[in-house]
Ligand binder design. Sequence first.
Ligand code: NAI
Length: 335
Amino acid sequence: TAPATTVTVTGAGGQIGYALLFRIAAGAMLGADRAVRLRLLEIPQGLKSAEGAALELQDCAFPLLQDVEISADPRVAFDGAEIALLVGARPRTAGMERADLLAANAGIFGPQGAALNEVAAAGIRVLTVGNPANTNALIASASAPDIPADRFTALTRLDHDRAVAQLAAALDAPVGEVAGVTIWGNHSATQFPDVAHATVAGRPAPELLAERFGGGDAATAWLDGEFIPRVAQRGAEIISVRGSSSAASAANAAISHVRDEQLGTDGRRTSAAVVSTGWYGVPEGLVCSFPVTSDGDGYRVVDGLSLDARGRARLDASVAELVAERDAVRELGVI
Ligand code: NAI
C-alpha cells in the first residue's frame, strides 16, 4: 500500500474544521485507498476544541487514519505536509477597515507561508479557505519563495457549487446535468458567476434560460438581478438563516477542490482561484478564480473562453478589487 499522505488543517478547532476532518479521515478527499496522517494547527485558545475533535476522530476508528497530531506551532504542524488546508483566519469584526483585516491576516498567512517554505514536503499543495481567501493565498505564496506559485490556490468551489445548484433549480434540472459553469474573480461580492458557456443535459444554458425567462434581455435580467446576487450573497443568506456562517458546505467544497486537484476532473471544468500568469488579461501574480480542469497534477486554467462586454466588465471589476487588496498588502510591506 502507498505511504500515508500528510494533510495539515489550520483552524482545525473551528466550524469548518469540524465538518472537514471526519470526511478527510473517511477517505472522501483522497480516495478510499490512501491513508492519511492529520496535522492540526490551532492558536492556543483553539487547541482544546481541536483536541476534542481528535478524540472523536479516534472514536470513529477510521481504517485510513494513521495518526493525528495537534500543535500551535506552524513549523511543527506543516512538517512534511503534502497537502495544507489553510482554514484558520482572522474574521472581520464590527468597525474593522479592510486594511486592518488584511494586516491581521498578513500576520497569519505570512508566517504560515514561511513555515511551509521551510518544512513542508517538496510536493506540497496549499488550499486557502480562510478569508479574504484570494489575498491570503497571495500572501502565503509570496512568503514561500521556494514553493512554485502554482501550488497555491484559494477556494471558490463553494461559489461554483452554489451557482450550479441555483442554475439547476431555475431550470428544474438535476444538478448532475449542469456543466461548464465558471466563477471568475475574487471570492467576494464582486465575483462573477458565469453561465455563458454552461450546458444543461448538453444544451447551452443561455438557450434554456431564454426559453424559461423569455428572449431578448429577460434572461440577462434574471442573471444580473437574481442569479448573480443570489450566488454572490449566499454566504450572508446562510448567516442570516442559520445564525452562523456556512461550514459543512464550505468543508464539502474544500474536499471537492482538493480531490479534483489531486485525482483529476476527467475533462470536466470547475472553478478555482489560482495565481494568474496573465490569463484573460488578469495581471500576473493575482490569485484569481478561473475556469480550470485537472489531470490529477494540479489545476490548469482553461484558456480561450469568450467573454462578452458584460462579462468582461464584471471580471474587470472583481480584478480591480483584487488589485486594491494586493496594493494594500504591498503598502503594509508584507509582500
Ligand atoms: P471559526 O471561527 O469557526 O474557526 C476558525 C478557527 O481558526 C478557530 O478555531 C481559530 O482559533 C482558528 N485560528 C485563528 N487564527 C489561527 C491561526 N493563526 N492559526 C491556526 N488557527 C487559527 O471559522 P470557520 O467558520 O471555520 O471559518 C474559517 C474561515 O473560512 C473564515 O475565514 C471564513 O470566512 C472562511 N470561509 C471561507 C469560505 C470560502 O468559500 N472561501 C466559505 C466559508 C468560510
